[in-house]
Design a protein around this ligand. Structure first.
Ligand code: PMP
Length: 400
């Protein structure tokens, strides 16, 4: 490609506007063009300096990971078939995944986190057995995906603003800042869906007390681990483990196959009869996704990436909190952090300026800056990022 970056940018912008609806939004006021990515770097055409990716929690074990490339190639050039025929990739992977799941659960594979949550919600709905409107609890600041059912239980849109579309189900959105005793006011509510660390909600944590109360009050507790599973939060493989509880259903997506589309709905065996009587998902659990997902687990284990996430996350949190005049709080855990600036800082400008300095971060609910890089991120990259945040803070202060 020898077109100037700005020319390519302009052309992509025009074509997107012509062919896609406005709902296909993009990040950044002035977007950058990504040509390729490797490990935690993005490369733009005609730009020798890579961008450091501090936001992509899908490419969990790094962009273009060579073992994933090899797995996709070898699986696809051998066989790529659905779950209706016997094939070893499916069972080999599920046995490996089972090492991370307590006894007594079964699994169905999907294509996405939304599909996994949709299936979980269908189980809960059938389990409720009620002719009345299905009652379910969720949290304010939650986001659970794109299907109609997922939309019903999501408080926010994917951009982190309030979803004002009226709900058909009887969903109550609890405020995580309230006391969990609030649950006693809803004795008929038998199901609850939650993210232990709310992603779109700004990488903020739901308290252990809330998790334990929900566990003791409802029949079907769904823990959405789409953002936080696979060691992301450092201390545990699944984020809900911090509360020492077992949900009835665990849902996964994003990192499970490092960007090869896949999701999983992991449910207690006794819920099997509440599933649709037959389940077939053309792509879910196919030969390629299972082989790729197995490599994700192998790399996590061999490179001890969960431990790395814990160490890097603690370090980054500590370094950021040194900017105590501007950063009020850092929420989250491991490599899943939400940076809360004081009101004087324009966070959108900060994110845009970081991009201009070649650091990619995101923004969630209430202008919280979100950090969730590939788990391979190094201390060196973190140091450069922290220095750049400091530099931008100074230049923003001088501007005033
Ligand atoms: N649950 C959570 C917590 C998410 O953050 C998302 C996506 N941002 C989803 C579910 C939906 O996943 P997908 O986009 O793969 O359908």
């Amino acid at each position: 490609m020898d077109m100037e970056n700005s020319v390519i940018e302009k052309q992509i912008k025009e074509e997107r506007t012509e062919f896609f609806p406005l709902s296909l939004y993009h990040s950044f006021e002035k977007p950058f063009v990504v040509e390729r990515a490797n490990d935690y770097y993005y490369y733009s055409p005609n730009d020798e300096n890579p961008y450091i990716d501090l936001y992509n929690n899908v490419c969990h074990i790094g962009h273009s990971n060579p073992r994933i490339v090899e797995a996709v190639h070898s699986a696809y050039s051998t066989i790529n078939i659905h779950t209706r025929y016997f094939q070893e990739n499916l069972t080999k992977y599920v046995k490996h995944l089972q090492q991370y799941i307590p006894d007594g659960y079964k699994v169905l594979f999907t294509n996405s986190g939304s599909e996994a949550n949709d299936l979980a919600l269908q189980i809960a709905l059938r389990h409720s057995g009620s002719n009345q409107r299905f009652k379910i609890g969720s949290f304010q600041r939650s986001y659970h995906g794109t299907t109609w059912l997922c939309n019903q239980v999501s408080h926010l849109t994917p951009t982190g603003v309030l979803d004002t579309y009226e709900k058909d189900l009887d969903v109550h959105f609890f405020n995580p800042e309230d006391s969990p005793n609030m649950l006693y006011n809803f004795p008929e509510m038998k199901s609850f869906i939650l993210e232990t660390f709310q992603g779109v909600g700004g990488n903020q944590e739901i308290s252990t007390e809330w998790l334990q109360h929900i566990r003791s009050r409802v029949k079907i507790m769904i823990c959405d681990e789409v953002q936080t599973g696979f060691g992301r939060t450092g201390n545990h493989f699944w984020a809900f483990q911090k509360a020492n509880i077992l949900p009835d259903i665990i849902t996964c997506g994003k990192p499970i196959a490092n960007g090869y589309p896949m999701g999983a709905c992991i449910f207690k065996k006794e819920l099997e009869s509440y599933l649709p009587s037959t389940y077939f998902n053309t792509f879910g659990g196919n030969s390629v996704s299972c082989q790729v997902a197995k490599v994700v687990l192998e790399e996590l284990e061999e490179k001890k990436l969960q431990e790395h996430s814990k160490e890097m996350g603690e370090y980054l949190k500590k370094e950021l909190l040194d900017y105590e005049d501007d950063i009020v709080r850092v929420t989250g855990s491991g490599l899943f952090l939400g940076v809360h600036f004081n009101d004087k800082i324009n966070v959108k400008e900060m994110v845009e300026r970081l991009k201009d300095h070649h650091f990619i971060v995101g923004i969630g609910y209430n202008n919280i800056l979100r950090i969730k890089p590939p788990m391979t991120i190094t201390k060196e990259a973190i140091n450069k990022f922290v220095q750049t945040v400091g530099f931008i803070l100074i230049s923003m202060a001088n501007k005033k």
